[in-house]
Structure formats: C-alpha cells, structure tokens
Ligand binder design. Structure first.
Ligand SMILES: [Zn+2]
Length: 175
C-alpha cells in the first residue's frame, strides 16, 4: 500500500471510529470511538461505556481490544491496527502494548493525558518489550470537534442548573 492509499484507508476506518463516538455522545458518554482492523477488515468496534457499565476501565479502546482478542482467538494482535478518535490514555496505551498491536492511529491529540506522544509515549517506550507505529491527527478536526461539543453542552447544562432560582417552598418558609 502506498502512502496515499494508506492515508485514504486511514480516513475510512477513522470514519467508523467517529460513528462509534457519535453513538457514545447520544448515550451521554464522553464521545470516543475505536475500531480494530486486521487485513483491511474491521474486526471490532466499540465506544466509551464508562457510565453505562459503571466501569472506569470501559474506554472504547479497552472494549475494542477485548472484542478483537476474542475474534482472533489470541491475546496477540500483532497484525492489527487500532483506530481511535482520541489519543489513548496510559491505561489503554498499556493495553495496546500488552496486545502487541502493530500500529495505532488516532484523531485528536491529548497533550495533558495522552500516552501516545501527547503527555508521554508508552507506545514507544524503550523499557517495554513492544513498540507500535503511531499515526496522529487523522480526521483531527472531526474527532476533536465532537469532544468539544460534548463538553460545551455539559458546561451549559451545569450552568443552567446553577442559575436556577431557589426552591419556592424554601422561599415561602423564609417569609
Ligand atoms: Zn483509555
């Protein structure tokens, strides 16, 4: 595959990860989506489900990796690529190294908490026994945009509830 073909297929697979992120958004989850691709085919797709499952480890990447392991029938995902809309956190990057993925492609960078070169780089850490290829910034605007929209909406909702007038019954008892 030449670089141009690869960029095109990265776009296509990231579009599916974005569709997963939109599913998370509609369910009130932080909108992050992921897919795992093997031999040019999507073998696993998932979105963040921390609230739904009440599980802080239920990030899109973790769910997609578990699904991919079960499809492949092995914990080694050496010929797989993970596409994820946001740069993986340290937990997910750690899981990626354990599963020995060949490559990680992400959209939005996370300079504060990202572990694929943003805040730190666990995917290419010299002390670990596996290193992945990283491609950053695929459909970055779309991937970052959905996160921005989600958090802006959340802030609006919380400022609305803060601006609500005091409880009328409490008012009445004061008079
Ligand atoms: Zn994560």
């Amino acid at each position: 595959m030449n670089p141009e073909e690869r960029a095109q297929s990265d776009d296509v697979f990231m579009a599916e990860a974005l569709r997963q992120a939109q599913r998370a958004y509609r369910r009130g989850e932080v909108p992050v989506g992921a897919v795992v691709v093997r031999e040019g085919r999507i073998i696993a797709r998932a979105y963040n489900q921390v609230e739904l499952l009440k599980d802080a480890t239920a990030h899109a990447e973790m769910l997609a990796l578990t699904m991919a392991e079960s499809v492949v029938g092995d914990w080694r995902l050496t010929d797989c690529t993970l596409y994820v809309t946001k740069e993986p956190c340290p937990m997910c990057a750690g899981a990626v190294v354990h599963c020995r993925l060949q490559r990680v492609v992400f959209g939005a960078s996370d300079p504060k908490g990202g572990a694929a070169g943003g805040a730190l780089n666990l995917l290419q850490f010299h002390g670990l026994n596996h290193r992945c290829e990283i491609t950053a910034g695929v459909r970055q605007d779309d991937c970052a945009g959905i996160l921005k929209a989600f958090f802006a909406e959340r802030r609006r909702d919380s400022s609305v509830s803060l601006a609500r007038p005091p409880d009328p019954s409490a008012d009445g008892s004061a008079n």
